[in-house]
Design a binder for this molecule. Structure first.
Ligand code: HEC
Length: 211
């Protein structure tokens, strides 16, 4: 091997070694695995999830839910109202008015009770207490009728309010239960009603597609 060839080879080896070292430096820089102090982006999903949960509280179809509501549960939940309300026929007014027959009665008109201006005003706009108004009122009384003197936080669970309305209806209520109309219920409730099951076609031969 001539000197010249040796130099060439040595040079090549040296260049390769340098290249490897250099590459290592470069890659360490490129692929550093240190976690950044702050993530570069945040996915703000929380708000949407919250809104979705609120939207899930859809107005029930009262013609469907009232006949199957749990009256015993409604009666038990009335313990929360009893500090202020009596629901017996001819019962006395307390901190709140007697509630016998309240469903179907004009809001703010029970004899002998001094209602707030807010409740009396509500009564001038609403003919009678019906299911939908009671459902909203019992959820958050002071939000639904701003200025009411009913200082009660509300029944947050939809089921509790339905049971309470059914119970109040049973205590002298004069409003007929509406006919079931599931089609009018909000879209969120529709799949549960319409969801097909594997067994359905065999067991319901009458369910022919409309011509
Ligand atoms: C801290 C006392 C208090 C509690 C607890 C309470 N209420 Fe009331 N409620 C009142 C008062 C006071 C009024 C009258 C509101 C007004 O005049 O603004 C009222 C009004 C009402 C009315 C309207 C009555 C009408 O004649 O128009 C209904 C219905 C009603 N309450 C239902 C309930 C139910 C159901 C509960 C339990 C889930 C309950 N309230 C819990 C104090 C209370």
């Amino acid at each position: 091997m001539s000197n010249l060839s040796f130099n060439k080879v040595a040079g090549a080896v040296l260049a390769t070694a340098l290249a490897i070292v250099g590459l290592r430096e470069v890659t360490t820089g490129l692929f550093s695995s240190e976690a950044p102090a702050k993530p570069g982006y945040l996915i703000e999903a929380a708000t949407e999830v919250g809104e979705g949960a609120a939207a899930a509280d859809v107005m029930p179809d009262f013609g469907t839910v009232i006949p199957v509501a749990d009256l015993k549960a409604g009666e038990a939940a009335f313990a929360k109202c009893q500090a202020c309300h009596n629901v017996a026929n001819g019962g006395a007014n307390g901190i709140g008015p007697n509630l016998w027959g309240v469903i179907g009665q004009k809001p703010g008109t029970h004899a002998g009770f001094a209602y707030s201006a807010a409740m009396t005003d509500f009564g001038t706009k609403q003919a009678v207490w019906n299911d939908t108004q009671m459902y909203e009122f019992l959820k958050a009384p002071q939000k639904y009728i701003s200025g009411t003197k009913m200082s009660f936080v509300g029944l947050k669970k939809s089921e509790d309010r339905v049971n309470m309305i059914a119970y109040l209806r049973a205590q002298g209520g004069t409003l007929p239960v509406p006919a079931p109309n599931p089609a009018a219920a909000a879209p969120a409730a529709a799949p549960a009603v319409a969801a097909p099951t594997d067994a359905a076609p065999a067991e319901v031969p009458a369910a022919k597609p409309a011509a």
